[in-house]
Design a protein around this ligand. Structure first.
Ligand code: ATP
Ligand code: MG
Ligand code: MG
Length: 547
């Protein structure tokens, strides 16, 4: 792709290639299929696929599917779709579950080397026995079982002769280690759970630390990039690779995870938002998921730019939402085609315009980019303008339409408001009778009078009805995790449905995946799901910050 990565990982790779440690590099993106990908995952995707592309190496997509209870095939499909949409193609498609037999054999090798044992203590006893940061661990009474005994018990685990929780396989390392991860970590457990790929074939499942590094090894990964919380798992990662004396020795390198203001980036928490109905699903446009952002109309290029610009470091930092929003606005401002949409309409009737006439006005799709072409917009006697663009009276800071005043209709004529028709019951204006100046199409009034304001409009008989949905941040606090429970600071007003929108007819063919600027309103994208039987457009972002 188009991005060149400059960071400490790239320097490590440069060195490894220069001194011949590797002839070529291989990375992987290793999601667990237990939820949808979020923008934090995008950082890892851009890094792993980006480095592979930059160095002419390979990047696999590997599903880390070792927790059958939480994993689902639908998540796997969603993850693949999201990575493709971001613009990346994996080399091999891999599953940790494809290595279950190999991993089992590697565990047997560990046992044979006297480096693993079956422990029949309760989960609680094992936990207590591991001690704490201030207390050394205590060795399990099962720690000195013979190799033959361990092989027999491990086979019993596999053969379903133990109930869930009655036996685990532990690596035999060091119960005194200051690093808790090295205190005889559990590497296999008994779990009677249906796996979405291996079904009921297995009743034992390997744990993450054992699986991950060895999967890297099996695939020939050279640089295994993960987030900082795995830093103190690295000795264990290296231990498995070392004691198993594997032909390929992948290197784990940690980087800081993405944290973004006003959201949570954790599948475990995002799933709560979905399951408790705080949002309308994983792809709700308010979600920080890739699918949510796609539905909101965020172009994939913006996510890639964002990941590129925030960089890769070893220092935790929270990125301001304004940074993302700024990139999004800049990109859309340059690339989004312009359209006219009136979201809160009031009728304008041009008293001196012929009833039957329809003019097709040609309007540019982008004010600064002629290459984006033009489109035709019908103009007629009956129009809609934005209710907010009219006031009966106002001081001259109000550059829009007032009774007796003039305004320009974008791409069309100058009109003057002659009379207001009020609703008999509510007293609200419902129609404006206006005079149009036929000599002002594409030019200023001949007599030299200045008309400052320009407003958008839609021809009433040609307008398309639609709902637009405006979105705000999902949380009221920059760091939702600071509150006792993150759902306490959910923004109750993060979604506003406006079902009165009137769109110019060109928007009838709006494709999915294209984001428009509705002039003077904001950026919107078509959503195939109807709302109240009407076309639906989701707001991508407001025109300006705070808008
Ligand atoms: P979550 O807490 O959201 O479930 P995870 O790390 O458990 O995240 P995985 O599916 O295991 O989710 O992650 C796949 C890859 O994405 C891992 O390499 C992980 O380190 C990386 N990743 C996850 N979250 C972030 C983040 N916020 N920033 C950068 N990388 C991330
Ligand atoms: Mg994980
Ligand atoms: Mg997780």
């Amino acid at each position: 792709t188009d991005e060149t990565i400059h960071n400490f990982i790239q320097e490590i790779i440069d060195t490894d290639l220069a001194n011949g440690k590797h002839q070529a590099i291989q990375t992987r993106f290793p999601p667990e299929p237990n939820g949808y990908l979020h923008i934090g995952h995008a950082k890892s995707i851009c890094l792993n696929f980006g480095l592979a592309a930059q160095f002419g190496g390979k990047c696999n997509l590997r599903f880390d599917d070792t927790n059958p209870e939480k994993e689902e095939e639908t998540y796997m499909h969603a993850i693949k779709e999201d990575i493709s949409w971001l613009g990346y193609q994996w080399d091999a498609l891999c599953f940790a579950s494809d290595y279950f037999e190999t991993l089992y054999q590697l565990a047997v090798q560990l046992i044979e080397a006297g480096l693993a044992y079956v422990d029949n203590q309760t989960t609680e006893a094992i936990r207590l026995g591991r001690g704490s940061l201030t207390e050394p661990g205590a060795e399990s009474p099962y720690r000195e079982r013979s190799v033959d005994e361990n092989l027999a018990h491990f086979k019993k685990m596999r053969d379903g002769e133990y109930a869930d929780g009655d036996a685990v396989l532990r690596a035999k390392i060091d119960m005194q280690s200051p690093n808790m991860n090295m205190r005889d970590p559990v590497i296999y457990r008994v779990r009677r759970a249906h796996h979405f790929r291996t079904g009921n074939h297995w009743c034992i499942y390997p744990l993450y630390d054992f699986t991950h590094g060895l999967s890297d090894m099996i695939e020939g990964v050279t640089h295994s990039l993960c987030t900082l919380e795995f830093e103190d798992h690295r000795p264990l990662y290296d231990w498995f690779i070392r004691v198993l004396n594997t032909p390929c020795q992948p290197r784990q390198i940690e980087f800081a995870r993405l944290q973004l203001e006003y959201t949570v980036l954790s599948k475990r928490r995002l799933i709560q938002l979905v399951e408790k109905g705080h949002v309308d699903g994983w792809d709700d446009p308010r979600m920080p998921t890739i699918a949510g952002m796609r539905r909101r109309g965020v172009p994939p290029q913006v996510i890639r730019d964002f990941c590129h610009k925030i960089g890769i470091t070893k220092k935790d930092a929270t990125i301001e939402m304004e940074f993302f929003d700024g990139l999004l606005r800049d990109t859309l401002n340059s690339h989004a085609p312009r359209r006219m949409a009136v979201i809160n309409p009031i009728t304008v009737t041009l008293i001196n315009y012929p009833e039957e006439t329809v003019e097709n006005l040609t309007i540019a799709n982008h004010p600064q980019n002629a290459e984006m072409g033009t489109r035709q917009i019908p103009f007629s006697k009956h129009l809609y303008i934005e209710r907010e663009d009219f006031k009966e009276t106002a001081n001259n800071k109000f550059k829009r339409l007032v009774l007796g005043g003039e305004v320009r209709l974008r791409g069309a004529y100058v009109i003057r408001c002659e009379q207001i028709i009020f609703d008999e019951k509510t007293g609200e204006p419902i129609e404006l009778l206006c005079h149009y100046d036929s000599d002002t199409l594409g030019k200023n009034p001949a007599d030299g009078r200045k008309v400052k304001g320009v407003i958008h409009w839609v021809s009433k008989p040609h307008a398309i009805d639609a709902c637009v949905i405006e979105y705000d941040r999902l949380f009221t606090e920059p760091n939702p995790m600071k509150s006792e429970h993150f759902t306490d600071v959910i923004n109750a007003n993060s979604k506003r449905i406006i079902d009165t929108a009137k769109l110019e007819p060109a928007l009838a063919d709006a494709p999915i995946g294209l984001t428009y600027q509705f002039e003077r309103i904001g950026y919107f994208t078509y959503d195939a799901e109807k709302l109240n039987g009407q076309r639906r457009f989701n707001q991508t972002i407001s025109l300006r910050e705070g808008g």
